[in-house]
Write a protein that binds this ligand. Structure first.
Ligand SMILES: NC(=O)c1ccc[n+]([C@@H]2O[C@H](COP(=O)([O-])OP(=O)(O)OC[C@H]3O[C@@H](n4cnc5c(N)ncnc54)[C@H](OP(=O)(O)O)[C@@H]3O)[C@@H](O)[C@H]2O)c1
Length: 253
């Protein structure tokens, strides 16, 4: 359907070299977009580039640590320069650090807040003049189930992801007049490097499957369609929304 066609569009995906980010990048590539993958691990980025190009998508890599504010702010313009335009920013790069609130170090707190929340703000700020100059754009921020549920073992992560929902609404309200739609995706429990430990635990794995109405973990492929929808003209009147992609995890009491 043409409303979902991303031919001629350019998407920047932070953390697009693995996990959910690569899943979304694959979807955008299949819909016709060119990709810019921003991440730190050169080996993973090279493999992602080869995979996306095999799907027919031109792909460029940016070596960026989004927790470095200066590098993060420069990133959207560097991405625009790769293909001459920028239409979609996906703020996906994220980290988690465990620790009960009473013992969590401020270094871990700051790293998680900087990577998961501040970087989304900084990159969005830097993308704004590009999108405004082009007549519009799309931003997708990545939250979590812990954006809505408390998390005693990862409090910084929950705080950062809760902030992602409110940042998404605030940017959406501010920039709707500029034809910039800002939405969030809230993943449930998804098979990636981040959750390898949890999935590897027999007890934890069973609890997740039991707690998820769909009866399974999500996979990076589950993010292809949602990413295409929120990047395309199909969602031009959708803004400030947080879309749970969680197999029903968040709606079961
Ligand atoms: N998996 C889940 O169940 C789940 C659930 C809810 C939300 N999420 C969220 O989904 C997003 C993707 O997570 P994932 O599960 O796909 O994890 P993942 O497999 O660990 O991937 C994380 C990605 O972020 C990149 N990254 C991390 N820190 C970065 C930094 N400072 N600068 C640039 N890139 C950075 C990593 O690439 P480099 O190492 O190469 O930099 C990697 O590509 C995160 O925001 C996460 O919080 C995941």
């Amino acid at each position: 359907m043409s409303a979902f066609d991303l031919s001629g569009r350019v998407a920047l995906v932070t953390g697009g070299n693995g996990g959910i980010g690569l899943g979304m990048a694959r979807g955008l590539a299949k819909a016709g977009a060119s990709l810019v993958v921003a991440a730190r691990d050169a080996r993973k980025s090279a493999a992602a580039k080869a995979e996306l190009e095999a799907l027919g998508a031109p792909c460029e890599i940016l070596d960026v640590d989004v927790a470095d504010e200066v590098a993060c702010r420069a990133m959207p313009e560097l991405a625009r320069a790769k293909f001459g335009r920028l239409d979609v920013l996906v703020n996906n790069a994220g980290v988690a650090r465990g620790g009960r609130p009473q013992s969590l170090s401020m270094a871990d707190w700051n790293l998680v807040l900087q990577t998961n929340l501040t970087a989304a703000m900084v990159a969005s700020q830097a993308a704004y003049p590009i999108f405004k100059g082009q007549g519009g754009g799309k931003i997708i921020n990545i939250g979590s189930m812990y954006a809505i549920f408390g998390a005693p073992f990862v409090p910084a992560y929950a705080a950062s992801k809760g902030g992602v929902i409110q940042l998404t609404k605030s940017l959406a309200a501010a920039w709707a007049v500029d034809n910039i739609q800002v939405n969030a995706i809230l993943p449930g429990w998804i098979t990636t490097e981040m959750t390898a430990g949890a999935k590897g635990s027999e007890t934890f794995n069973a609890a997740i499957v039991e707690r998820t109405p769909a009866g399974r973990w999500g996979e990076p492929e589950d993010f292809e369609g949602p990413a295409v929808f929120l990047s395309s003209a199909a969602s031009d009147f959708v803004t400030g929304h947080s879309l749970a992609v969680d197999g029903g995890f968040s709606i079961q009491g």
